[in-house]
Design a protein around this ligand. Sequence first.
Ligand code: F6P
Length: 749
Amino acid sequence: MTQQQNKAIAILTSGGDAPGMNAALRSAVRTALNLKFKVYAIFEGYEGLIRGGNLIQEFNWASVGGILSLGGTAIGTARSMEFQTFEGRLKAAKNLIDRNITNLIVIGGDGSLSGANSLAKKWNQYLEKLLQEKQITPQQAHNNSQLSIVGLVGSIDNDMVNTDMTIGTDSALHRIVEAIDAINDTAASHHRTFIIEVMGRNCGYLALASALATSAEFVLIPENPPAEGWEDDMCELIQNNNMLGRNHSIIIVAEGALDQNGDRITSQYIKDVLSEKINCDARITILGHVQRGGSPSAFDRYMSTVLGYKAVNIFHDKSDNIEAEPKIVGLKNNRLNVFPLADAVKQTKAIPETLKKRDFSSVMALRGGHFEDMYEIFKIFSRALPHKDTTIPKLVNDSKKNIAVINCGWSASGMNTAVKTALRLAIHKGHNILGINNGFSGFLNREISLINNVKLEEYCANGGSFLGTNRDILDKVTFCQLANVIKEYQIDALIMIGGLSGYINVYNIYLSREQHPELKIPIICVPATINNNIPGTEFCIGADTALNTIVNAVDKIKYSSANHRRTFIVEVMGRKCGYLAMMTGLATGAEYIYLPEESLDLEDFQKDIKELNHAFANNRKIALIVRNEEANDIYDTDFLRKLYQRESKGLFDVRTSILGPLQQGGRPTVFDRITAIKLVDKAVDLIDDAFDDKNKDIKFLGLIGGKVISHDIEHFKNMVHVHNDRPKDQWWMKIRDIVKLLSSYRENN
Ligand code: F6P
């Protein structure tokens, strides 16, 4: 018997629901059970904690089965007024003590977390009062002398200081951007302006991120009210936009948007201004609660899972000084971040006060660097509007530089956003931009032209590559020809947006520069591939879209089986990199994941079949195996189907699904669009600097810890496993054990 066995953890969700709360609940419950805690779920948030009874239920492994893909919260939520009183919290304390619950996980927004803090802060007073009233025994008071609390921020608003993303924000952005893409279609057909109002209370994150991702013309957020006279600026912008060939406009307004006087800017006011000043008959769409609903995105499933796991481990290890004061676990710069709950809530709650004082610069600072960066890029973006002129200007022009942009590798959603960003920012900086069609072989064949802005803008929300792309790797003997093309077209710099084949071509250019001086131009590589197998970056453009597409497909596959006892083997892409397989397995609750990074032999499969047989004999209805396409040359998907079917002893049947090219298509997710914008923004900046310094460096970019980092090309070869076409360092392999731990086969073990 371990020390933990008489200890208990309770979990509740509170405040507005947020997609991903279920993933956090599942992860926390299973991690806790694995560590031999007794686990309680508290239904209906703090209301359930006050009322007790069957609103507090002991949970087992199966209690959280099948909830990973569900929106909302499986244990209900409420905004409790009673919990804000001493008497309410006293009842809550009694219910915790009666069950010997000394550890509490609260998943909710700042209001809910501040409630948790009040409970912890006055814990001794509740104990004393309950003792005095003989509601608890001295032994109970002794056993429960400490209540440890970990908060996970569940709110679509993304308004908590110290965390990059709160649970539900990414999913809400999925809903918002999907809606705006759809509105764009009808806006374009009618040549209309739309005003779209999004949620977020006092926080403009949802508005800002969706404006950036959809290239909206104008955004209004609480943190940075527009300057006096903004109404005229907005009208001028819309008119300019029309003149430049875009016949429709999108204005995004946060529900808490303010003007310089601290007064609300409503959607109706914007509509009236447009009508009065420029006779524009705009339409308003208030997206409302649709933003909070629906299945969680892959990112929300991943992040919430990791946060739930960490929360329980803090209790288990008594780490992070948890007994001293409540903590929040969040994700900052793609790393776990544990910080004091009270301070964070205090700072977050100070924001509305600071807004009231109209101290907007302090509010921007409180929101943090990521928010400010996005705002800066949006400002540039909205000034750097697409240009109407699509005729080819004189290529020989002393003051203008010619920057060429090329896509390489298989297409990845978000490549077009990257090209569009290059186009807008390069033109904004006074350069020409040339599009190279069909990868490096197209380059060699002189398939080069100015990019048609208007067409690209229209195409942009789609997947695929507007420029055309392939995986051709040039023979070094052709580099002499390539040098001629560069000279002929007077290409001063190149932005390569693509996968490993593009990197290899650029690396070979680097090696050939001494023989062919024309190749000595600045070149910046931007990672774009669904495989997420590029060194020097945690994320590649396109991988998030592919992952979400796969996860949605697997959700459907799982639901297809009704009452059959069935094991699905789903094969996903990735070549020799298991990122998509691993993250799909995590996000869909797969029982087994077969990765190329791990050697697999028959003994592994025997063990898995034994476990599956055991589970199906004990009433399991469905099991899921995710297999990377190159996990093993011999034990391929069909081999596994036959093997598992043969060995299932009639307990279950086996179906395979090879998802194929659908993984590469689709409209890019917000994450991929914003990643593309951030990376290319940096690429254009580096090229601009290179023109100033006459620096001819070749660099490749990456997103590491939320920041854009550049690496010198000479390090490229050392950072990849040459034969496996994947980076030596793969951050996501660190969560492999969590995924194994949470998979359902353990339920009967
Ligand atoms: O805090 C989440 C949130 O969705 C806000 O964006 C919004 O203002 C509010 O909750 C809506 O609250 P309710 O669901 O209670 O109407």
